[in-house]
Design a protein around this ligand. Structure first.
Ligand SMILES: Nc1ncnc2c1ncn2[C@@H]1O[C@H](COP(=O)(O)OP(=O)(O)O)[C@@H](O)[C@H]1O
Ligand SMILES: [Mg+2]
Length: 502
């Protein structure tokens, strides 16, 4: 007897359909699996056998062959357990085959027959909808995530027995149609807590308005970390499409809280400086997204940026330039999205007190120079705004006014971004930082006085071509915050003021 069921395999944040064919035939008892299953899938034989027996069903003492098709797609992970078990039961006639064809099935079984949550449900559910499948049967704690995809019947089950009942008596189970409310992945502290630091606040606002990368430089205790932690709270709320992408990445990483639905807030990721390349940009035999992808549509904060190994910093260049990460594998490469705002913080010198009015710097000029050179030129070029964060004398700190709240600044950021979306394309969500050369020629028109300032700066600051473009993009954002079309000399001058030089 043959049974055929639908499930899916993940590639990056994409899902592709996989068919599980189960044949139970007379012959010497055995259980073979064909169709490029990886070791993690071959292990499912033992789980499936125990789960079927421990759920009170009979495990056939026959020859069982499981084929996973298409054969050229590498199958990884434990989510094939449930379709394989149901296929064996269907081949024996224990499970009705009528409804199976309309459903995508997935879930990891434990030996007692209970079902564990699985990762990547949102992309799998979206793909199922796209392929015209009527419904999805999956672990109960993933049901909310699947219900985000409207028009798909979602059946959440917590054991093999429940799954069998759902297929045999569909009327007895209620399909889930309403996703749980969106959850926040972080509360952001308010900018009003930061006293003084007028220049840093301005740089922060410009960076958020145009999606530019930002570097904060200052002595220990100056408030760099404090300021950086407030960046994500200044960005506009995620659009629905953005929230879908953010949720899909977190789902594939296995980082969605159980039972949750759409993620509502902008990601803020702050990896430690001991992070490996793979953890930063993604990797693994079963490719998982790294920090740059978990920060997609949000902020990647590298505190004490020069403590990161140079090698690790260099791998940031591809995602910074392309907005995505490609993890090449022999079978098929995975692409993860990675459009994030990079925020870095560093001390100005090894001891930290260079330029400080309160404490004396003990570093030699050579030490200072070597320190700065840990950031490579190409990476420096991509840090659009660099701002000094001086230490405020502790005894005066209390007397300095707190500044504007995050909500006030965010309102201006939202208005400036609205101008950009209107100008470029309302649907792409493109910001100034992502301007192509063609769009720059059209939309970054500089008036004659501005052009003179820019030309003078190219020689004075030895700007690279990339640096030049980046200055222009930042100036575009400054003009957008002001609500003017043409870029003027003062916009260029302010953008140059935030340009890091040697
Ligand atoms: N401008 C400021 N306004 C309010 N508190 C500040 C300010 N600067 C520093 N602080 C206080 O000092 C602490 C240390 O700041 P931190 O962000 O850790 O400094 P850094 O990262 O530059 O070493 C903060 O948690 C905050 O309590
Ligand atoms: Mg700090």
């Amino acid at each position: 007897m043959l049974a055929s069921l639908r499930t899916a395999a993940l590639f990056g944040v994409e899902a592709c359909p996989v068919h599980v064919e189960v044949d139970v035939s007379f012959g010497l008892p055995g259980f073979t699996m064909v169709g490029l299953p990886d070791a993690s899938v071959r292990e499912s034989r033992d789980r499936v056998r125990s789960a079927i027996r421990n759920s009170g069903f009979e495990f056939p003492a026959h020859r069982i062959t499981v084929n996973l098709a298409p054969a050229d797609v590498r199958k990884v992970g434990a989510s094939f357990d449930l379709p394989i078990a149901l296929g064996i039961l269907a081949a024996q006639g224990v499970v009705e085959r009528r409804h199976i064809a309309d459903l995508v099935l997935l879930g990891e079984l434990s030996l007692d027959g209970s079902i564990h949550p699985t990762r990547g449900v949102l992309p799998i559910a979206s793909a199922a909808k796209r392929d015209g499948v009527a419904g999805i049967l999956l672990p109960a704690s993933n049901a909310g995530e699947a219900a985000i995809v409207s028009g798909l019947a979602v059946f959440g089950v917590s054991s093999l027995t429940e799954a069998v009942r759902a297929l045999n008596e569909p009327a007895s189970v209620q399909a889930r149609s309403v996703p749980p409310p969106a959850v926040s992945i972080g509360e952001f502290a308010d900018l009003a807590d930061v006293r003084g630091q007028r220049l840093a606040r301005r740089a922060l606002e410009i960076a958020c308005a145009g999606g530019h990368n930002l570097l904060l430089v200052g002595p220990p205790g100056a408030g760099k970390t404090m300021i950086a932690r407030r960046v994500a709270g200044l960005l506009p709320p995620l659009s629905f499409e953005e929230a879908l992408e953010v949720t899909a990445v977190h789902s594939v990483a296995g980082l969605l809280p159980a039972g949750s639905g759409l993620l509502a807030s902008r990601p803020f990721r702050a990896p430690h400086h001991t992070i490996s390349n793979a953890a930063l940009v993604g990797g693994g035999s079963q490719p998982r997204p790294g920090e740059v992808s978990l920060a997609h549509h949000g902020v990647l904060f590298l505190d004490e940026m020069l403590e990161f190994s140079r090698h690790v910093l260099e791998v940031l260049r591809q995602p910074l330039e392309e907005g995505s990460v490609t993890i090449a594998r022999a079978a098929r490469s995975a692409i993860f999205p990675a459009r994030f705002m990079l925020v870095g913080a560093m001390n100005p010198c090894p001891c930290g007190f260079l330029g400080d009015t309160l404490r004396e710097c003990r570093c030699t000029p050579q030490q200072v120079e070597r320190y700065g050179h840990r950031l490579s030129g190409p990476l420096r070029d991509r840090l659009d705004l660099t701002v000094d964060v001086p230490a405020l004398p502790p005894d005066t700190l209390g007397a300095i006014e707190g500044g504007e709240s995050s909500a006030t600044v965010r309102a201006r950021v939202v208005a400036a971004r609205a101008r950009q979306h209107e100008r470029y394309s309302p649907t792409s969500g493109r910001t100034n930082t992502e301007l192509t050369p063609a769009l720059m020629r059209r939309h970054c028109l500089v008036d004659p006085a501005g052009r003179r300032v820019l030309t003078a700066a190219v020689t004075r600051l030895a700007l690279s071509a990339r640096g030049y473009d980046r200055v222009l993009k930042v100036a575009r954002t400054i003009a957008d915050l002001e609500g003017v079309t043409s870029i003027a000399a003062d916009h260029i001058a302010e953008a140059l003021q935030f340009r890091m030089t040697d």
